[in-house]
Write a protein that binds this ligand. Sequence first.
Ligand code: FES
Length: 97
Amino acid sequence: MPMLTINPSGKTVQSAEGISILEALLAAGEPIKHKCDGKAECGSCHISVTEGRKSLSKIQRIENEKLDGIVGVGSGSRLACQAKLGTENITVQLLND
Ligand code: FES
């Protein structure tokens, strides 16, 4: 079971393989915007993955297209609703988009 470290709070929670980062963050009680409820339409769940990126599910076209339209996208950018946890631990940075 992967561990999820959430910054800037520094909270670490045990999570479950196969669920989205958004689901894991909400289960951990982290306040993250998700205006479209995980349909990759709003971009409000944009986060930066600072460790463990390679273990996440691959970026699909719908996520890539949405990320392209967000200002300030970096190499670790993902939509929390689309990125699913693998077996490795990851660290994410919540952003205030
Ligand atoms: S919740 Fe809207 S894009 Fe993720």
